[in-house]
Design a protein around this ligand. Structure first.
Ligand SMILES: [Zn+2]
Length: 255
């Protein structure tokens, strides 16, 4: 695949996101692509999504239930094996040691070769979009959980008592990165991405056509960047990442 510079097709993937819908907006095409190649994907959602509305009649506790159902439905479309909800309060997530411990627990439990999370260094994009602080907090704690917590026996030693031995993650994909270096061709899976995203009705409404156009336009823009940066292509639709290879992957297959 000339337009895809991924170092490998992962065997087992853990995605760490702040909110229900983050995964579908950002990386669902890649996940669907990997799942088609045989990867097992698991997802951790840090917050309960309960603040995702400005409707004065909204009841946050009820919205949290709806958003959990929406995430389950979206994940089922993509073929994600399991979604873990940590249920931190939406809107005020912090990269605490408690969150880092919770994420370390999930990494040691699922033992992924690949972790996918946001880029914790991104405060804003261009001149018109401030990155949600929950996104930064989740990404910050996720990266700290990958290294050093997950692989170091005596960090969060209480996890040993839960039967959770240290685990080394091989590769980290950061979405929303300021300087992407890896593109995944999602031309074959963009329809699935849009279908999965449309399950988040409380967030994206019911205008399927407008949503579809927006997602396609963005993915086409990313694909054009890929062609410019890597000199390969053309491809129609892509998602972009910054890739950290922490050790040579021992599982999965070469891309
Ligand atoms: Zn979000």
């Amino acid at each position: 695949m000339p337009t895809t510079s991924t170092p490998h097709i992962p065997h087992r993937v853990l995605v760490i996101a702040a909110h229900p819908d983050d995964e579908e907006f950002t990386i669902a095409g890649t996940l669907a692509h990997w799942i088609r190649q045989g990867a097992e994907v698991f997802t951790v959602i840090c917050t309960d999504g309960s603040r995702g509305s400005n409707d004065p009649d909204c009841r946050p506790a009820e919205l949290a239930v709806i958003r959990r159902q929406e995430q389950e439905a979206a994940s089922a479309i993509l073929g994600v094996r399991q979604v873990i909800f940590l249920d931190y309060e939406d809107g005020t997530l912090q990269p605490t040691l408690e969150l880092r411990r919770d994420l370390t627990r999930q990494i040691r439990r699922f033992r992924p070769d690949t972790v996918v999370c946001g880029d914790p260094t991104m405060r804003f994009y261009g001149s018109g979009y401030v990155n949600h602080p929950d996104h930064r907090a989740a990404a910050d704690a996720a990266l700290d959980a990958v290294f050093p917590s997950a692989g170091t026996r005596w960090i969060f030693a209480e996890l040993l008592g839960e039967g959770l031995a240290p685990h080394d993650v091989s590769v980290v994909y950061l979405w929303g990165a300021g300087e992407p270096d890896t593109w995944v061709d999602i031309s074959d899976t963009i329809d699935l991405k849009i279908r999965a995203l449309s399950e988040h009705r409380s967030q994206v409404g019911q205008d399927w056509e407008a949503l579809s156009q927006r997602i396609r336009a963005r993915a086409a823009q990313v694909a054009a960047t890929c062609t410019e940066e890597s000199g390969t292509g053309p491809t129609r639709y892509a998602e972009a990442f910054r890739c950290l290879i922490l050790r040579r992957p021992t599982t999965g297959t070469a891309a």
